[in-house]
Design a binder for this molecule. Structure first.
Ligand code: ADP
Ligand code: MG
Length: 684
């Protein structure tokens, strides 16, 4: 009995070896096979008389083999099969390279459909290696939309197509319908069976679009439901219930007036913390939007309730800066701010830990050291993590394991379009700070090519003369690194600049240095001891150097827009007019368009939308750190409309059946469980 769980070995033509090759693609069962959707399609729907075939464009022709295919030896080891094919309109010379079997398969007089490009030379037309099938023995390679799969060396398109065809014939009728009927009908979505058939073998583009829409919806809907159930479980977790306080007492002691967006974020978080449930909130705001203040306000709320807060930052330097900033902000309230980082001496650490245990600090700022095993907190009420995506999810959960369900506030300076944020941080609530404090200077941005090099040097020199510092970011560390040698390496470029500017101090920092050395170089730059800091993207994270007024990015085409925006955020943090120069010799229109977006807007959310549109969601976090399961059909960048609908439907469904315990939702519940089988640690 064949069903969806049957091994692909069942398929005719799939032996041990091919089954293994399929396994490498994650395809084991027939269901896996049917869910292995084409990566793209080739349009082979257009038929044309030979004489009317447009040159250089793939078309189908229907023709008679006009002479006996013959083998032609061009040189040793190279054989061709040649023949002529004709229709009422004209003739074409057809040639196959290294496919001698064609000579025996096709005979004079056969009626054959070909797909390929027709080339013209002199008065003759020719086709090389066109796909072919006899009219009376169709193989589905012409007159169709041909699915093209991702394959590996041991598999070819033909094998996969045939296998999928057999799989569909054997069990299309058994495909599970995960979508509740009502939702399917309301959104005009095709049935599972139709969708699977037509995503692999669509008769036309309309059918393909209908099939795809259904599958995209299903994928996003199930994901949204999965995230929703996780969030529901979380919300149910009762947590530390703080008493509310009037924040105006806090605001009035600040050196500035908080923006409306800051107040909103603070109030949203405070509502969580006083609601009796555990807070899991993401505060997203552009660089410089003032996230630190939001954290400070909540630390204050904690302390008002007699609880301690921990503030975790990814680097030593950031810890230094946050300790200083937060101490200043919180001093008026008599709050004591402590520090615990890896670089402290054993004695300092011992003392800090003792103070933490004794509850002498109201707030502890630190690196990973904050959650080494021997740190004990007295009454930990709130954990803030800055630049969250730099921390592994595991580290976050380790810290959370420290106390009885403390509240968690995650701060990220990587603006993400709202819909995507809901997906990526589906298990978190999201506050967005979409307003910058007043009076911010815009960082003027220019995209230039190598021809500006001399002027660029002049600019660095001029700014250095005024006492300003410059950042120069390069895409790689050393020159012998794999990849294109044309890319600037930080180390080489630093040497060049040192030669160019003998009167200035040039330093270099990159991710391959020991953290201690890295921090030392950064610290010297922060103190203004270095004029030019050549770096890789290690400086992306929020270091504050108010005196830096110039950010130069070499090989700017190599960076994502959001990343460029982050880099640009390193300057313009002080009183000085600042600039960002994106250097790229890349001539492609795409690159130019991308870089020109940077020159036109300073709004991180706008840039993120563009980045998402242009490069897809992967780049927001580089690797799949966001923990989302891989999407098979949906494109989070392009399918936003479907994403929204799917999210709304998921929300409504969960409102009615939070645990998906109704019998009609059982299939979905099972599907969700499966979805997260390999993703359990992604959502702590
Ligand atoms: P980020 O969101 O990048 O972490 P910060 O919290 O470091 O931003 O704030 C950036 C700068 O803006 C800091 O110097 C901070 O003192 C200042 N700042 C924050 N909020 C305000 C405000 N409401 N008005 C004026 N300046 C502010
Ligand atoms: Mg910050």
């Amino acid at each position: 009995m064949t069903d969806l769980s049957t091994s692909v070995r069942y398929i005719k033509g799939i032996g041990e070896k091919k089954a293994q090759a399929l396994g490498k693609l994650g395809v084991f069962s027939l269901y896996d096979l049917l869910s292995y959707f084409p990566a793209r399609y080739e349009d082979r729907t257009k038929f044309c008389p030979i004489a009317a075939a447009p040159e250089g464009e793939g078309v189908c022709i229907r023709a008679l083999v006009a002479d006996t295919p013959r083998l032609v030896r061009v040189r040793r080891g190279m054989e061709l099969v040649k023949f002529r094919a004709v229709d009422e309109s004209g003739s074409v010379d057809i040639t196959y390279f290294n496919q001698n079997y064609v000579k025996d398969y096709l005979s004079r007089g056969d009626s054959v459909c070909f797909f390929g490009k027709v080339e013209r030379s002199g008065g003759r037309r020719s086709m090389v290696n066109p796909a072919y099938e006899k009219e009376d023995k169709p193989r589905g390679v012409t007159g169709c939309i041909l699915p093209v799969y991702r394959v590996n060396a041991a598999l070819n398109q033909r094998t996969l197509r045939d296998a999928v065809r057999q799989g569909l014939d054997a069990c299309a009728g058994q495909l599970p319908e995960y979508l509740p009927e009502e939702i399917r009908a309301r959104n005009g979505l095709a049935q599972a069976r139709y969708a699977f058939e037509n995503v692999h073998f669509p008769p036309d583009f309309e059918a393909l679009a209908i099939a795809r829409r259904r599958l995209v919806f299903e994928e996003l809907f199930i994901l949204a439901c999965a995230l929703g159930t996780l969030r529901a479980e979380r919300t149910k977790e009762s947590g530390l219930k703080l008493e509310g306080r009037d924040f105006s007492a806090f605001y009035s002691a600040l050196p500035f007036t908080p923006t409306g967006a800051q107040r909103r974020a603070i109030e949203e978080a405070a509502a969580d913390m006083t609601g009796g449930f555990v807070m899991n909130r993401l505060v997203q705001g552009d660089v410089g939007s003032g996230k630190t203040l939001v954290a400070a306000a909540l630390c204050w709320l904690c302390r008002e309730n007699g609880y301690v807060s921990a503030f975790m930052a990814p680097t030593e330097i950031l810890c230094e800066q946050h300790t200083a900033t937060l101490s200043k902000l919180l001093a008026p309230f008599g709050m004591r701010v402590g520090k615990l980082t890896g670089s402290m001496t054993a004695k300092e650490k011992r003392e800090a830990k003792a103070a933490i245990k004794a509850g002498e600090y109201d707030l502890v700022v630190g690196t990973h050291a904050l959650f080494s095993e021997d740190v004990e907190y007295a009454r930990l009420g709130l954990i803030v993590t800055d630049e969250q995506h730099r921390f592994g999810v595991r580290q976050r959960s380790a810290l959370i394991g420290k106390a009885e369900r403390p509240h968690v506030l995650v701060m990220s300076a990587t603006p993400i379009p709202r819909t995507l944020a809901l997906m990526i941080y589906g298990d978190l609530d999201v506050s967005i700070i979409d307003e910058l404090p007043p009076g911010r200077q815009k960082v003027d941005t220019f995209a230039v090519d190598e021809s500006y090099r001399a002027r660029l040097h002049g600019f660095i020199r001029k700014l250095a003369g005024e006492g300003r510092q410059s950042f120069v970011v390069c895409p790689k560390v050393e020159d012998d690194e794999e990849g294109e040698s044309a890319l600037k390496s930080a180390e080489e470029h630093a040497k060049e600049l040192a030669k160019e500017f003998p009167e200035l101090k040039v330093a270099c920092v990159h991710g391959r240095m020991k953290p201690k050395d890295k921090d030392a170089v950064m610290a010297a730059f922060v103190r203004g001891e270095t004029d030019i800091l050549v770096a890789t993207t290690v400086i992306e994270v929020g270091v504050d150097v108010p005196n830096a007024a110039l950010m130069i990015v070499e090989n700017a085409e190599r960076f994502g827009l959001s990343q460029l925006h982050q880099l640009r955020g390193r300057v313009g943090r002080g009183a000085f007019k600042s600039w960002c120069i994106l250097v790229s010799d890349n001539k492609s229109e795409d690159v130019k368009a991308r870089l020109s977006i940077m020159t036109k807007t300073n709004n991180g959310f706008e840039i993120a939308e563009e980045d998402l549109r242009l490069r897809g969601p992967g780049d927001f976090f580089g690797s799949r750190q966001h923990g989302l399961p891989e999407m098979h059909v949906a494109d989070l960048g392009a399918d936003t409309q479907v994403l929204k609908t799917a999210q709304e439907e998921a929300k409504a469904l969960l409102a009615a059946d939070p645990q998906l315990s109704l019998p009609e939702h059982e299939a979905m519940r099972a599907r969700i469980a499966e979805l997260f089988r390999n993703n359990t640690d992604s959502f702590n």
